[in-house]
Design a protein around this ligand. Structure first.
Ligand SMILES: Cc1cc2nc3c(=O)[nH]c(=O)nc-3n(C[C@H](O)[C@H](O)[C@H](O)COP(=O)(O)OP(=O)(O)OC[C@H]3O[C@@H](n4cnc5c(N)ncnc54)[C@H](O)[C@@H]3O)c2cc1C
Length: 442
């Protein structure tokens, strides 16, 4: 596989101190693929996208095999911040309107809401206990300027999504438990926090129960057209499939399949989690149950989890080797202390990072691969794949079955992503944004 991050990024290093690891035991029935196999649909990648597709296909009676290079959820799906929230694109509403019109914008916004409902429905239908909390999601203003922008944004958000929001001024924040260096807040009524490890394991179990086969430690090394279908090769198996779904997002390679080359931009996100906070530390600090984020150049996202540990995340990191990882760990800790000075003394024993994906158009792609009949891909959720990846999996399942993908499949997800310039060095396109963040001290 031709990959574009450093080898370190695909190993255990960045994930070794992930908080979610020990919180659940994944399903055991995920043997390595061996020998000659036949399936109707083969899915490459066992995260939210691939497992959701597998579950929906298996429930419809289709034979399906998930081939995962490591273990289910190993990619971003079991190492994220657990924000099941609106999002999926890096485009502002004005750009979506320009490209897809007013109806296209509303269609996309309705899809963001539907994606959250897809997760809620799966949690409930399959009785997945995922430590959920938070009544919607809160945007915090990190500066007076950001608060002025947020006040203006309120009407725009309400108009685009068609829901009511709640605005809090700076003086109101402490009464809502939102202590920290913030200047105000806007709460949107959709979204909730979850334990992503429990969620991804629940999805895997539900897929297995419905008849899907999941193979861990089965990296797909090549995919070749054979007759009307495809032949996939792993180190120990050959799988003949009528259809193939690629669900590899930030962990994609340039050659599985060749079509992926240059079409995804892997970016990093970083998370730390505190030790359990004492009741007094919580009372003195942030004690809202809302999950929240800021619009800083490098997004900050955080939430007090139901067990009294605090999770703080930050996008960013151009390079992905061990030294950059160590630097990022220092940087995220510094940002945490700056935002929550009352917790400067609190240890953060959990610290990890992982890869998400952007596309050239800054919108997700979910659909058929034009040059590969019967092959589909879903990726580029721009750091919001808990809900959108799950939703994409449900759409991919329907597309693979030749069924109507349903009402929440807007044009914005259907345009084939162009290739980024700069080939394997395309992460350098982020350099100006990262320099701006460094200059502004973020
Ligand atoms: C630190 C971090 C925090 C984040 N926080 C949030 C958040 O709070 N909310 C949110 O909505 N989103 C968040 N995201 C993004 C979100 O996690 C992803 O968008 C989502 O998990 C993508 O799911 P996926 O199934 O498409 O891909 P992944 O979960 O990345 O899975 C892809 C899988 O493909 C496998 N693979 C790759 N190539 C092959 C191959 N050739 N053969 C077999 N298997 C292969 C990989 O091993 C990997 O397990 C975060 C991401 C990171 C990294």
């Amino acid at each position: 596989m031709k990959r574009i991050l450093s080898d370190f990024a695909y190993g255990e290093g960045p994930n070794a101190a992930c908080y979610w690891g020990p919180t659940a035991l994944g399903p055991r029935e995920t043997p390595k693929a061996q020998g000659e196999n036949r399936t109707q649909v083969a899915i490459v990648g066992g995260g939210f996208t691939g497992l959701s597709a597998a579950l929906h296909l298996a429930q419809a009676g289709v034979s399906v095999r998930v081939l995962e290079a490591e273990t289910p959820g190993w990619g971003a799906s079991a190492r994220n911040g657990g924000f099941c929230c609106l999002g999926g694109t890096a485009l502002p509403g004005s750009m979506i309107r320009k490209r897809h019109g007013e109806d296209g914008l509303h269609h996309w916004r309705a899809t963001e809401i539907a994606a959250i409902d897809t997760v809620r429905g799966l949690l409930s239908a399959h009785q997945i206990e995922a430590e959920t909390h938070s009544e919607g999601e809160t945007i915090l203003a990190h500066s007076a300027h950001a608060m002025r922008a947020l006040r203006k944004e309120q009407a725009q958000i309400e108009g685009e999504y068609g829901f009511q929001t709640t605005l809090l001024e700076k003086a109101d924040l402490p009464a809502h438990g939102m202590n920290g260096r913030y200047h105000g807040a806007l709460t949107m009524p959709h979204g909730f926090g979850l334990n992503p490890r429990l969620y991804v394991d629940g999805l895997a179990r539900a897929a297995l129960k419905s008849g899907a086969k999941i193979h861990a430690h089965s990296a797909v090394l090549s995919v070749k057209r054979e007759g009307q279908g495809y032949r996939l090769a792993t180190a120990a198996a050959r799988i003949r499939a009528d259809k193939v779904i690629f669900a590899t997002n930030g962990y994609s390679s340039e050659d599985v399949p060749d079509w992926m080359r240059g079409r995804f931009l892997p970016l990093q996100s970083n998370v730390i989690v505190t030790r359990p906070l004492t009741d007094q530390e919580i009372a003195d600090g942030w004690h809202s149950t809302q999950m929240a984020y800021t619009h800083q150049t490098l997004l900050h996202y955080f939430r007090l989890m139901p067990n009294g540990q605090f999770l703080f995340g930050m996008r960013g990191g151009l390079l992905s080797g061990p030294r950059s990882f160590a630097n990022l760990q220092k940087r995220i800790r510094k940002q945490f202390e700056r935002a929550f000075p009352f917790w400067k003394h609190v240890e953060t024993p959990y610290s990890w990072n992982g890869a998400l994906a952007f596309s050239h158009k800054l919108s997700p792609f979910v659909g058929p691969i034009p040059e590969m009949p019967g092959a589909f891909a879903g990726f580029a959720y721009h750091g919001n794949g808990v809900a959108m990846g799950t939703h994409a999996g449900a759409i991919l399942a329907k597309l693979a079955m030749g069924r109507d993908p349903g009402p929440h499949y807007p044009a914005m997800m259907q345009t084939e992503p162009k290739r980024f310039p700069l080939g394997a060095h395309r992460r350098m396109l982020m350099l100006p944004a990262y320099i701006a963040a460094a200059i502004s001290g973020q």
